[in-house]
Ligand binder design. Structure first.
Ligand SMILES: Nc1ncnc2c1ncn2[C@@H]1O[C@H](COP(=O)(O)OP(=O)(O)OP(=O)(O)O)[C@@H](O)[C@H]1O
Ligand SMILES: [Mg+2]
Length: 397
């Protein structure tokens, strides 16, 4: 039985924390054991609930806990060992120190710990629902690209490391003062590798989805559209849009009339853009929704009759369809135009670039012995055609 995981992202200040906290409060109110956690270093969940939150999950209402991950310290400690060791080995092996440094600098250490924390919570069996209040869009996209990118990076780095070790072991063992890897270093790396793979599995599972929060302003909507493209590229399911801070149209003066009209225009564009997704609207309130009661009311008004915990339907952004003599890999890339998309194959990897985002997609074993015979971008999706290269007649049915 999977844990329902819902992530909230969107441009700065649009209401991510409020929406995440509100959704979590509704879930808890239905008797679901709910955890709301933030990956954002600017922790504002405590402010939203008007509670003091400690370093551990802190109860704020019946069935509802808040966890603000204090990433930095803990990760720097554990990664510091591995990095320091590698530097010394590569240096001793005569690898140019700049290369060594490049090989061992790990981006996004802070985010990694937040992801590992999420993994632990997801596997703990303690929660029915985990709501994640993410940092603004760009950081969140970086965060969600991280497990795969980092795993790619680690296998490269440790591929190099293993080769270096194999070649130099006889020398190294004889030479004085050259550090040999402690088992704990390798263990730590292997564990991290496994854990990150698991994080990715958890987040690309059917029970996990991302919600886009926006306000009805042209620039905000433009960013939300780009996020949908990038989230799909990385294989995450987006299951709804919260349009927040919509001006109520009643009792209007000229100033409000103008805003209402402008917002209606943008909302029409939102509905057109995200035609396959539910769009939940939430009105601009005369005060900040703070505290569990106000947050629940906020979410209740936004979701109306729809189930905020419904599991997204459909196949998700990536599918593989068998064809005669091959297969077609389809990646949904909403809004992407042909000229935005670039595709390359490196061995068993497919490198898909959309705008400034790139995914290094390890081809599933079923496609690894296939040749790419064509690709096209059409109706918001990338289709890559593969031909089976299996020339061993015995393996053909
Ligand atoms: N519909 C609304 N009506 C009135 N105030 C709102 C509404 N939605 C959010 N707010 C208030 O706006 C402020 C910003 O909201 P919130 O913190 O949820 O945004 P955020 O997207 O998480 O911001 P950040 O990018 O800084 O994390 C908060 O003070 C919040 O209480
Ligand atoms: Mg926030």
């Amino acid at each position: 039985m999977g844990v329902r995981i819902i992530l909230f992202t969107g441009k700065g200040g649009v209401g991510k924390t409020t929406s995440a906290a509100g959704t979590a409060t509704l879930a808890a109110g239905r008797g679901q054991r709910t955890l709301v956690m933030s990956t954002d270093a600017a922790h504002s969940l405590g402010d939203a609930f008007a509670c003091v939150i400690g370093a551990e999950p802190t109860p704020v209402a019946p069935n509802l806990w808040v966890h603000q991950v204090d990433a930095q310290r803990r990760f720097e400690l554990s990664w510091g060992d591995i990095q320091g060791y590698l530097m010394s080995v590569l240096d001793a092996a005569g690898v140019d120190p700049i290369t060594a440094e490049e090989l061992t600098v790990i981006p996004g250490a802070e985010e990694v710990l937040a992801l590992l924390e999420l993994r632990q919570h997801a596997l703990s069996g303690e929660w029915d629902v985990i709501v994640v209040d993410c940092a603004p869009t760009a950081e969140t996209l970086r965060l969600l690209a991280l497990p795969e990118a980092l795993n790619w990076y680690m296998s490269r780095m440790f591929g190099v490391q293993r080769k270096v070790m194999r070649a130099l072991r006889p020398v190294l063992t004889r030479a004085a003062g050259v550090p040999m890897p402690e088992d704990s270093v390798f263990d730590a790396v292997e564990r991290l590798h496994r854990d990150l793979e698991e994080v990715q599995q958890i987040l690309s599972d059917k029970d996990a989805s991302v919600r886009l929060v926006l306000t009805p302003e042209a620039v905000v909507v433009a960013e939300a559209r780009r996020s949908l493209t990038t989230l799909s590229l990385y294989g995450y399911r987006v299951d709804g849009v919260i349009a927040n801070r919509v001006f109520p149209s009643d009792g209007a003066d000229a100033w409000r009339d103008a805003w209402v009209a402008a917002q209606e225009g943008v909302l029409a564009e939102v509905r057109q853009s995200f035609v396959d997704l539910p769009i939940w609207t939430s009105s601009y309130q005369p005060g900040e929704p703070m505290g569990a009661e106000a947050l629940a009311a906020f979410a209740e008004a936004a979701y109306g009759d729809s189930d905020p915990l419904a599991i997204p339907s459909g196949d998700g952004p990536m599918t593989i369809t068998r064809t005669e003599g091959g297969a077609v890999l389809r990646i949904a890339l909403p809004f992407a135009a042909k000229e935005d998309v670039d595709l390359a194959r490196h061995g068993d990897e497919l490198v898909v670039t959309v705008g400034s985002y790139r995914r290094l997609l390890a081809l599933p074993a079923a496609l690894a012995r296939h040749t790419v015979t064509g690709a096209r971008v059409e109706a918001g999706s990338l289709q890559v055609k593969f031909r089976s290269d299996n020339d061993d007649p015995q393996e053909q049915p």
